[in-house]
Design a protein around this ligand. Structure first.
Ligand SMILES: NC(=O)c1ccc[n+]([C@@H]2O[C@H](COP(=O)([O-])OP(=O)(O)OC[C@H]3O[C@@H](n4cnc5c(N)ncnc54)[C@H](OP(=O)(O)O)[C@@H]3O)[C@@H](O)[C@H]2O)c1
Length: 215
């Protein structure tokens, strides 16, 4: 699959490298192609990765991962224009200065995004863990869980497949409105990992009894 990644910070670079190494074609949408970190990233990601103008990305891709600050989402969506034939993967957390959620309880960043892009499927995913876990989801043989949600079953399956391709357990929690719970879950991760005793090398995992019966 060809995956667009908007943003080459900690999340975008990590996920993009891992998908490129797993055999997907990855187009990184960057603001400044001359930034030295772009060259280093492409060398690290290998031959399946390249850069593309942000506004050109949707023409070539089936999924576009938003790995920018929440405050930049509206700008990059406007820049990309027509998103037809793409699934939007929303990794962002609507965190305002002071580490507070700027949206919540009765809506979420992902639902607001879906309201803007209308019939383009939005899947909330990869927001409830640190980028270190995106790089290595294996905890002593147990993969970390990607909790995802979205209103389009095929889009959810596509994103779950992408998560599994890079070693995650993937759990579809339900419709996109569950993002209003997944975004606060990211706050729980932040509090535990960055302000609590756990450190960033931790991740959430779903346990189910008799899970094999559902397969
Ligand atoms: N860090 C984590 O562990 C983590 C985990 C889960 C979710 N998240 C969420 O994932 C998102 C990205 O986090 P991050 O830690 O990867 O951030 P980051 O390291 O600060 O990287 C942000 C990237 O977004 C790009 N960007 C910013 N504004 C842009 C714009 N207007 N147009 C295009 N690109 C723009 C930046 O471009 P330049 O390279 O040009 O500066 C940079 O590449 C955030 O919403 C965050 O809440 C983060």
């Amino acid at each position: 699959m060809t995956i667009g990644i908007i943003g080459i910070g900690r999340v975008g670079a990590t996920l993009g490298k891992r998908w490129a190494r797993a055999g997907h074609k990855v187009l990184f949408g960057v603001r400044n192609p001359d930034d030295p970190k772009v060259k280093a990233l492409l060398e690290d990601a290998g031959t399946n990765a390249c850069t593309e103008r942000i506004d050109e990305i949707p023409r070539f891709t089936s999924a576009i991962v938003l790995a920018v600050p929440h405050a930049a989402v509206a700008a990059v969506i406007a820049q990309m224009g027509n998103l037809r034939n793409n699934v939007l993967v929303d990794c962002t957390n609507p965190i305002s200065p002071g580490l507070r959620l700027s949206v919540g309880h009765s809506s979420s960043g992902a639902e607001q995004l879906a309201g803007v892009v209308k019939d383009i499927p939005v899947v909330k995913a990869f927001n409830t863990m640190g980028f270190e876990t995106m790089d290595n989801p294996d905890f002593d043989g147990m993969p970390a869980t990607i909790f995802l949600c979205g209103d389009h079953e095929r889009a959810n399956e596509l994103v779950a497949g992408l998560a599994r391709d890079i070693g995650f357990d993937a759990v579809t929690t339900g419709p996109l409105k569950h993002a209003r719970y997944l975004e606060p879950m990211a706050m729980l991760w932040i509090e535990m990992a960055m302000h609590g005793e756990f450190g960033r090398d931790m991740a959430f995992r779903l346990l189910r009894r008799d899970a094999a019966d559902d397969a």
